[in-house]
Design a binder for this molecule. Structure first.
Ligand code: ZN
Length: 180
């Protein structure tokens, strides 16, 4: 059975008419979370914050990194603030983040081995390491990303932008930057 089959089989059992009351699109708690795609955060970060289905907008990428100041992350935050009622932004990095130990040469080698044209890698701007969002310290990355969002001319100044670090093992949250 393929992975897709397994997912669809589970989904057939999951869907029950009337089991899930409809929720509004606007988040109940008026907050947006920008965090890492790390699998340990799935179904763990939100409960650790007291957030349930319908409460928050959640944006994820590798390492909660922000490479393009007008790219997808800012675009999603603009939509969250101006279209969907978000009033505060939480940038949440985590300890032991895989993006803090990226071996760029090894990444490049793996990509080429799997058939990616080296010219496509060379053509990346900024270079592969910066483009993929590699960093050395999760706390520093959270400070940097929080600062970029805070300074973005597209995000209103009355929206607090907080920076936090999450522990993927015990669920502890630590404030790095308070947006108030
Ligand atoms: Zn991570």
């Amino acid at each position: 059975m393929t992975l897709l089959d397994k997912v669809l089989n589970h989904n057939n059992k999951f869907v029950r008419p009337g089991a899930f009351p409809p929720l509004p699109k606007d988040p109940k708690r008026q907050l947006a979370i920008f965090t890492c795609m790390d699998t340990r955060l799935v179904d763990f970060l939100e409960p650790a914050m007291g957030i349930k289905r319908g409460d928050a907008k959640v944006i994820k990428n590798a390492g909660n990194t922000l490479v393009d100041p007008n790219g997808g992350v800012i675009r999603s935050l603009v939509a969250a603030v101006f279209l969907l009622g978000v009033e505060e932004i939480f940038v949440i990095g985590h300890k032991d983040c895989g993006m803090a130990s990226v071996d760029v040469e090894m990444l490049k080698q793996k990509m080429v081995e799997r058939g990616v044209d080296p010219a496509a890698i060379e053509a990346l701007d900024p270079d592969l390491g910066q483009w993929v969002g590699a960093f050395s310290c999760p706390e520093e990355n959270v400070e940097r990303v929080t600062s970029i969002i805070r300074k973005s001319p597209l995000i209103p100044k009355d929206v607090p932008v907080h920076g936090l670090i999450f522990c993927p093992n015990d669920g502890h949250l630590e404030v790095v930057v308070s947006g108030y």
